[in-house]
Design a protein around this ligand. Structure first.
Ligand SMILES: Cc1ncc(C[n+]2csc(CCOP(=O)(O)OP(=O)(O)O)c2C)c(N)n1
Ligand SMILES: CC(=O)[C@@H](O)[C@H](O)COP(=O)(O)O
Ligand SMILES: [Mg+2]
Length: 637
């Protein structure tokens, strides 16, 4: 039964609550998070872990419009903030079309400053906000970035720390250390953070040391430098926080991130400190729900809960859906790795999402989880390729945007054989605009040497991966977060051949040319049109680069209507490639109609709902053909 939470319309309403009531509020927030998961998949364990931290921050600072600034890195742990900043009533709509977003959204609240979902930029934007506020005369504003230990290794975080340390800027960076990324965190920093975990005794002596250091009076230059040497020596001895101290930050902690009164006290103290500060906070991912705390990987975004028992025990999940393209690719990759010992696979902290657990288990020497460091992953893969390995980079389309320059310089310019598996290429559904993978076709087809493919259906997946692994230069395969489908063919599928499309059916009244798995919508639309006496053919393009000019331009030249269909931006996408080729060949391409993602950011919602909205459902494709034909008839008549 919720009591306090509905009364919290803004963080100011929490100020009057006692410690005990705040504790109750934390319970109510956790119950509300469970309620969401009984309806739909959502980010869960990360949100459970930051409840006390979120309350402590909003109780200690004023993050209302143009006051103090708070950025949650990535933004997947924003739910508690939504609940205490006037969005409780709408909370049940989260991650549904037209409802609240599962990430920060400035359109929803003044407390959400940036719409984010990609990791690593919080420290930079918090620092920029601080600099901007100072420039605009709001010198007393505080700037706070909360960043997880998974996001922390991102290169850009160190660019920001370097800059802030150099500027000696008043910025508070809170490292939310729960020992987890989505999967267990990896790398040297993870080991370093572990070193910072100490016994209570050690913490006690460290606290005394900090007090001592801060209380030593500084008299003149000599005394100051002696103090600094003393401080440096002791810090080196105690080790924790040294990395940050060297970068110009004062390191505080580690502190217990579930001790709300303790957090409030330290935040109040830190508020009056000058200069860059790093506060190291320990939290448990999944705190308050036993299974989530024990298995934070599954509970990062768990399936919908079917039954929840007493004490928040998750008794069962609702049955999962069918197999998806990710399953098919990872299965094919695992098979290929059995035959070819030179194949090595890179993931940027998405082992679970990429379904690479079996690869990690069976080929640990050839599996690299480099952390949330997509640019590094690509440059690293380039190095491996140069050394002769068969390097595979398996990254979500949207996150691969981080590697644009490495794809250009380290891979394409060197013409190295790196295979890019671009997962989640297309509309990713409830995650929304930060996660839709809709820009990769233009950026991949930009670079000389790159070969760019998309399977039309399940049948294409394994042969396409085989083809990619045997290729000798940069090559990419894009596929969506969608269930596997097989389109009906009257003849056996043609083998994958560089720059060759597959003609599934050659129409008389026009044809659909699909790049990617919307092929199934095209075949379904063609079937419906056939029932109306209209013969639309279907071509499975397979390649955008090199484009099968022979086949596709023949369609442009000879058919009254050619509809290009893709789950990527219309601007610069597959359809644009067709128009460019037609133009270069001197063809009249006014019969080409392009369907894809229009030039706007697409909101969150179920993939099929979103596809229908933008004219990519089966019915919308049928409608498009019918209207194009009647417009043509009207013109001729
Ligand atoms: C650039 C980028 N790469 C990958 C991801 C996918 N991702 C989202 S949350 C997450 C783990 C983040 O771990 P951490 O920052 O420690 O937060 P926690 O979930 O542990 O609270 C990952 C890998 C992302 N959002 N952005
Ligand atoms: C916050 C984040 O970036 C990930 O948790 C992402 O939402 C995962 O997406 P999938 O659920 O498609 O793996
Ligand atoms: Mg973490």
């Amino acid at each position: 039964m919720t009591n306090l939470l509905p009364q919290i319309k803004s963080p100011a309403d929490m100020q009057k609550l006692s410690d005990e009531q705040l504790q109750t509020l934390c319970h109510e927030i956790r119950d509300e998070l469970i309620r969401v998961l009984t309806n739909r998949p959502a980010h869960f364990a990360s949100n459970l872990g930051v409840v006390e931290l979120c309350l402590a921050l909003h109780l200690s600072f004023d993050f209302s419009k143009d006051k103090d600034r708070l950025i949650w890195d990535t933004g997947h742990q924003i739910y508690p903030q939504k609940l205490i900043t006037g969005r409780y009533e709408q909370f049940h709509t989260i991650r549904t079309k037209g409802g609240l977003m599962g990430f920060p959204h400035p359109g929803e609240s003044e407390y959400d400053l940036f719409m984010t979902g990609h990791a690593g930029c919080s420290v930079s934007t918090a620092s920029g906000l601080k600099a901007g506020d100072e420039l605009m005369g709001r010198k007393d504003n505080h700037a706070v970035a909360v960043i997880g230990d998974g996001a922390f290794p991102s290169g850009i975080v160190f660019e920001a720390l370097n800059n802030i340390g150099g500027m000696k800027q008043n910025t508070l960076v809170i490292l939310n250390d729960n020992k987890m990324s989505i999967c267990p965190r990896t790398g040297g920093l993870a080991q370093y953070f572990d070193q910072c975990r100490m016994t209570g005794l050690y913490q006690g002596s460290k606290r005394k040391l900090n007090q001592l250091l801060n209380n030593i009076p500084v008299i003149g230059g000599m005394a100051h430098s002696a103090l600094e040497q003393f401080r440096d020596g002791l810090k080196a001895f105690f080790k924790d926080g040294m990395l940050f101290e060297e970068l110009g930050f004062r390191y505080f902690g580690p502190v217990d991130g579930h001790d709300l009164p303790g957090l409030r006290k330290i935040l109040r103290d830190l508020k009056s400190q000058e200069g860059p500060i790093l506060l190291h906070v320990f939290t448990n991912k999944g705190h308050g729900v036993p299974q989530a705390a024990e298995d934070p990987v599954t509970y990062h975004t768990p399936p919908v809960f079917e039954q929840v028992g007493p004490n928040r025990a998750i008794v069962s999940f609702k049955k999962g859906g069918a197999k998806g393209y990710t399953d098919a690719i990872s299965f094919a990759l695992h098979q290929a790795m059995q035959d070819d010992p030179t194949i090595a696979v890179m993931t940027a902290a998405m082992c679970q999402g990429n379904k690479l657990e079996k690869v990690r288990e069976d080929f640990p020497q050839r599996f690299y989880d480099v952390g949330i460091c997509e640019s590094h992953a690509v440059a690293f893969a380039a190095g491996m390729a140069k050394a002769g390995a068969n390097a595979v980079v398996d990254i979500y389309s949207t996150f691969l945007q981080r590697s644009f320059d490495q794809i250009f310089q380290e891979v394409c310019l060197q013409n190295l054989h790196v295979t890019f598996l671009m997962d989640r290429a297309g509309l990713t559904g409830p995650d929304g605009p930060t996660h839709h993978g809709v820009f990769d076709v233009p950026y991949m087809r930009l670079f000389p040497n790159m070969v760019s493919m998309a399977p039309g259906d399940e049948t294409d997946v394994q042969p396409m991966l085989k083809f990619a692994l045997k290729h000798t230069g940069p090559i990419s395969v894009r596929y969506p977060k969608a269930n596997l489908e097989k389109v009906e063919r009257t003849e056996a599928p043609t083998p994958i051949e560089l720059g060759k499309a597959e003609v599934i059916d050659w129409g008389e009244d026009g044809c659909f040319v699909a790049f990617g798995t919307l092929l199934s919508n095209c075949t379904a639309a063609a079937k419906k049109l056939k029932a109306k006496g209209i013969h639309m053919g279907v071509i499975n393009a397979r390649f955008v680069k090199p484009l099968d000019k022979e086949t596709i331009l023949r369609a442009v030249e000879t058919l009254p209507l050619v509809v290009t269909v893709e789950e990527g931006t219309i601007e610069g996408g597959f359809g644009s490639a067709v128009l460019e080729a037609a133009n270069a060949a001197g063809l009249d391409a006014r019969n080409v109609v392009r369907r894809g993602i229009p030039d706007k950011f697409i909101e969150h919602g179920e993939r099929n709902e979103l596809l229908a909205d933008i004219g990519l459902s089966v019915d919308a494709l049928v409608e498009l053909v019918l209207t194009s034909r009647s417009a043509e008839v009207a013109k001729c008549g």
